[in-house]
Design a protein around this ligand. Structure first.
Ligand code: ATP
Ligand code: MG
Length: 382
């Protein structure tokens, strides 16, 4: 088993050690590296107190990210590294955040506060792997297991429930039985997790290779915080796009769900477009109007969604048309508002005239050339 550190991560560990402190890489990047993946976002855990860390890295830009919790961010040649003092967490009155943290003096105690065995492995080139909770074995067996009693760990911080589900989806790991039981029993605690964190986790979760399985298996858990009404059993058929996949999960409950999640406008507009979409026409002219009315971005989304989920556009006509040079939008016309102003057309009539031209072009009644379009207007409108 090997962890491949980046040069910069090794340099951070070296500088801390040279100053007399212990230092290890830890967390997701160690896990990913042990899985044989290329990892570059190494977090560092150290015996140095934040003030000491700041001194060691005084020649580099240092950001006091969470200095109260022991975290400083050091920027090495534009790469930020989170360096956190060995710590433990005390009290979780709100089922989400520790009431306080206190610094501890060995790495094993720090690893004990981490969520899952696979995330509680430390590595340095000098000490090798420190793995008191057998995380490497769990990685090999593709198992997600809390460090310690899952009921206790999920009661401390309910975000861990969602993290377990997200990791299961993204890494394709199975959740160990007792950990899974605790997830079902403590699902109600998810209401203590902020909408931002739920949204961030859900966006990653729906795009995981194992999304369909995890959602299906844990549907009751998701339903404690989100209204779910979609065709989620088919979610794996969709491209890896979180907006489309969220729609597939929520279906017609998407407005309520996106409100709960405080989703961004881009996701909202994708969901809206899919929700109000009609079957993709097979007739060429109808298809042109279909794409034209949606606009390029929404058409792309709707077509790829309906192709994947409803097997429409089996001859790829719509997809080809989307990528063609065929004029479909007002901006494709060989004339613009200025040209029409010169003809004496004013105000609202400009937009209407452009629409008339586009319609005629789409119907192949005229070709999209400036002179032809202007002449058409003169004889039809003026
Ligand atoms: P990702 O690939 O999403 O970055 P990660 O495991 O690195 O996964 P981070 O949120 O970057 O996740 O956290 C870094 C490490 O901090 C984790 O590996 C874990 O050891 C610890 N950690 C993060 N969140 C929690 C939590 N809610 N409870 C306990 N430990 C946590
Ligand atoms: Mg990380």
């Amino acid at each position: 088993m090997t962890v491949k550190l980046t040069e910069k991560a090794k340099l951070i560990i070296d500088l801390l050690r040279n100053a007399g402190f212990e230092a290890f890489a830890v967390g997701g990047a160690v896990r990913d590296s042990l899985m044989g993946r290329v990892a570059d976002d190494f977090d560092i855990t150290t015996s140095a107190k934040p003030e000491d860390t700041k001194k060691v890295f005084s020649v580099f830009p240092v950001i006091e990210t969470g200095i109260k919790h022991g975290t400083v961010t050091v920027v090495l040649d534009r790469t930020p590294f989170e360096i956190t003092t060995y710590r433990t967490e005390i009290g979780y009155a709100d089922s989400r955040h520790p009431d306080s943290v206190s610094f501890v003096n060995n790495v094993t105690e720090d690893l004990a506060r981490r969520d899952f065995t696979m995330n509680a492995i430390a590595y340095s080139p000098y000490d090798g792997i420190v793995d008191p909770f057998c995380g490497y074995r769990d990685i090999q067996n593709k198992i997600i297991r809390t460090v310690g009693d899952p009921y206790k760990r999920f009661s401390e911080d309910a975000l861990r429930i969602l993290r377990a589900l997200r990791f299961s989806s993204v890494l394709g790991f199975e959740i160990e039985d007792n950990t899974a039981k605790a997830i079902f029993e403590l699902a109600e605690n998810l209401k203590f997790v902020s909408s931002e964190r739920v949204y961030a986790e859900m966006k990653k979760l729906v795009c995981g290779t194992n999304a369909q399985f995890v959602i299906n298996e844990y549907i009751q858990v998701f339903k404690t915080i989100l209204p779910i009404n979609g065709d989620y059993k088919a979610i794996h058929k969709l491209p890896n796009d979180h907006a489309m996949r969220l729609y597939c999960l929520f279906g017609e409950s998407y407005i309520d769900a996106l409100t709960v999640l405080r989703a961004d406008n881009k996701v909202k507009s994708v969901c809206r477009a899919i929700s109000s979409s009609k079957p993709i026409p097979t007739d060429e002219t109808e298809l042109k109007f279909y794409i034209s009315a949606l606009g390029k971005e929404a058409a792309k989304t709707v077509i790829s969604y309906r192709k994947a989920l409803f097997n429409e556009d089996s001859d790829n006509k719509a997809e080809l048309m989307l990528n063609s040079e065929i004029p479909l939008y007002l901006s494709d016309l060989a004339v613009n508002g200025n040209d029409l102003t010169k003809l004496g057309i004013k105000g609202k009539a400009i937009g209407e005239a452009l629409e008339i031209l586009l319609k005629a072009v789409i119907k192949d009644e005229i070709i999209n050339e400036k002179e032809v379009l202007l002449k058409y207007l003169s004889s039809n409108l003026l």
